[in-house]
Design a protein around this ligand. Structure first.
Ligand code: PRX
Length: 630
């Protein structure tokens, strides 16, 4: 990054890695990009296909509703599929997939294009049009990729709901988006068991009235209920003449919505983050290319789930835009044994591997022997995302998985940012636990309460000062909340919700969320979601959820529950509450600990003071209690 000697423990990139890297001189690129970020993002956009180019790169006349590539026409799917089909990549593998049960599938760019077109025609036959919302609820199977691309191809807005969510989470996302079609799998394999996705969806649909059709993808073959007139088998429709393999791509305005993705915020219901065709395309394409250093012969594996932003940007869109070969695995990392992942890296010759600290810590616990029995020499670059990676896990990942020769890209970003925001590139010196510096062309800072930048190594609010192409455009159906949540603390500056510090070398270190978001195993959950699931149980009067440090999960959920009058506390009731949360929100939201209490610390206006609960649990000073009611 610079010739200057850096402080602390630093890992310098090898000549081998630098000589291959797209970006050999990060400093130079960063200087050019920061001097003129409009030009930088214009040149990146020029690498992609547009039906019509822009009049202006950024239109900031209605801040914070920024518009990128104004009046340009494109469709992200054209660049993901059609563009490659006109080149040598036509026969290249787009996707390699392994099921948890050992099944295996590959798809060339030609095949993925054909299947996507057929799928798009099926959606059209169900009446789906440009601008309509379609909810997708599936496991990690190739059909989820095709479903997303098929929607985008015809201009429909996809809303993917993570397959680990359950009835109420699915229901509220369907309802909020007013989806008229739901695409669901009959079930998903997970750790040797079947998650009954269709049955969960049936229950959610009893609460949601907008859905006219349910398209069911057969994955497990287990019997499911099919409601006549509403439910249709995907494989049957794909064999009908309506599923022609010719489907013109819808020409979209650069700013037309591509998808919404729900994520947890500070208060209340999850919010629908909206991304668009043009800017999101340029952001994900460029960031993946530079950071994971995509080359033609590479095989890339992002082990996230397509149901989260990491999957959207870096399993589906980023890799396809770059014409790379992506690997996808359906199941659990340790099924049937803790070497499953390492065995697949070896068998498929994966070069670029991207996962989360929680997975690394989980696999680290099983010991080195499970890794060492595999030849992982194909690996060139590793990545991490979702939460801070502790130096111990970083070093294990570096030494044992990467054999000391693979730089680790610790990428900080969010559902809202769409792309990596603080990240190294392979030629950048690394410090374990730091994502290094902001992506070229993006200015970030750390501010105190008043909005003044803090000094070196001081903690403050992490903010973004320049617009970037793949930025959130709005919260779907709630533009006021978009302004309020992200742009109201400081004038003209995007508030990330994280706290961070910056060291004397300008390296950023993320500390964690400063709001009521809990990161559990890298998954983002709101205290409000967990609490409202708890109070929907007949035994519960009030509840408060907090996150406390956990060795593998990063944070674990702890809850304080006030029972209704007359309800007798018991261990059975605790178990019942845990099951209830898993049923309503999903297994990821199951609390580690449930404590029955008689009262909760509240402000005089009735807001639960979670920081007081947290301080008490950690044996820390609760800080200023002047607003405490009692
Ligand atoms: O707190 C930060 C944490 O994850 C949050 C965003 O969560 P989500 O929207 O679900 O997106 C996760 C995947 C992009 C951030 O506000 N976070 C994400 N990446 C990192 C991180 N914290 C530390 N280091 C990271 N690399």
């Amino acid at each position: 990054m610079s010739e200057k000697r850096l402080s602390g423990e630093v890992f310098y990139p090898s000549e081998d890695v630098i000589s291959k890297a797209h970006v050999k001189n990060w400093e130079k690129l960063n200087k050019e990009a920061s001097e003129n970020y409009e030009k930088f993002w214009e040149e990146r956009a020029d690498e992609l296909h547009w039906f019509k180019k822009w009049d202006e790169v950024i239109d900031d006349s209605d801040k914070p509703f920024y518009k990128w590539y104004k009046n340009a026409k494109t469709n992200i799917v054209y660049n993901c599929l059609d563009a490659h089909n006109q080149t040598h990549r036509r026969n290249k593998l787009a996707l390699i997939w392994e099921g948890e049960n050992g099944e295996f599938k590959t798809m060339s760019y030609f095949a993925l294009h054909r299947e996507t077109c057929k799928f798009a025609n099926v959606l059209k036959s169900l009446g789906v049009k440009k601008g309509d919302r379609v909810t997708i609820y599936m496991g990690r199977v190739p059909e989820i990729v095709m479903a997303m691309l098929a929607c985008a191809r015809i201009g429909a807005i996809h809303s993917v709901v993570y397959g680990g969510f359950s009835v109420e989470s699915l229901h509220e996302r369907i309802e909020d988006s007013q989806s008229k079609v739901l695409i669901v799998a009959d079930g998903a394999y997970q750790r040797g068991k079947i998650v009954p996705l269709k049955a969960i969806a049936d229950e959610a649909l009893q609460r949601a009235a907008t859905v006219e059709h349910v398209l069911v993808v057969k994955r497990t073959g287990e019997p499911v209920n099919m409601e006549t007139g509403r439910d249709l088998w995907y494989h049957e429709l794909m064999n009908l003449p309506i599923a022609s393999q010719k489907c013109e791509v819808e020409v979209m305005d650069s700013e037309d919505p591509l998808f919404i993705l729900y994520t947890s915020g500070t208060t209340g219901k999850p919010k629908a983050i909206l991304h668009t065709h043009g800017g999101y395309m340029v952001g994900t394409y460029t960031s993946l290319k530079y950071v994971f250093d995509i080359h033609e012969e590479d095989r890339y594996w992002c082990a996230a789930d397509p149901g989260w932003i990491t999957g959207h940007s870096y399993i589906v869109y980023g890799p396809l835009l770059n014409g790379t070969t992506s690997f996808m695995y359906e199941g659990a990392p340790n099924f049937p044994y803790p070497n499953r992942w390492w065995s697949m890296i070896e068998r498929y010759g994966i070069n670029l591997f991207y996962t989360a600290p929680t997975a690394i810590r989980g696999l680290m616990r099983w010991g080195n022997a499970w890794v060492n029995r595999h030849d992982l020499s194909s690996l060139r670059i590793l990545g991490s995302v979702g939460e801070p990676i502790n130096p111990e896990a970083w070093k294990w990942y570096n030494d044992v998985v990467g054999g000391g020769k693979c730089p680790i890209m610790d990428t900080w970003w969010q559902t809202e940012t769409g792309m990596f925001m603080i990240t190294p590139m392979p030629s950048v010196p690394l410090k374990p636990g730091s994502g290094t510096k902001p992506f070229p062309g993006i200015e970030m800072d750390i501010l105190d309460e008043e909005g003044t930048p803090v000094g070196p190594n001081e903690e403050g609010y992490l903010v973004i000062k320049t617009p970037w192409p793949s930025m959130i455009r709005t919260i779907y159906n709630d533009p006021d909340r978009y302004v309020e949540q992200y742009w109201s603390k400081y004038d003209g500056v995007y508030l990330t919700g994280d706290s961070a510090r910056r060291d004397e070398d300008g390296y950023f270190w993320i500390i964690g969320r400063v709001d009521d978001v809990i990161k559990v195993s890298g998954y983002r959950l709101g205290t409000a979601e967990i609490e409202s699931a708890l109070v929907s149980h007949p035994a519960v009067a009030e509840a408060a959820a907090i996150g406390l440090p956990h060795d593998v999960k990063g944070n674990a959920i702890h809850t304080h529950v006030i029972l209704r009058v007359g309800v007798v506390p018991s261990d059975e009731l605790k178990e019942d509450l845990r099951k209830h949360i898993a049923h309503e929100v999903g297994p990821i939201a199951k609390p580690e600990k449930i404590e029955f209490v008689d009262s909760l610390p509240k402000t005089r206006s009735g807001k639960i003071m979670r920081r007081v609960l947290k301080a008490k649990a950690l044996g820390l000073d609760p800080g200023n209690l002047s607003t405490l009611e009692d």
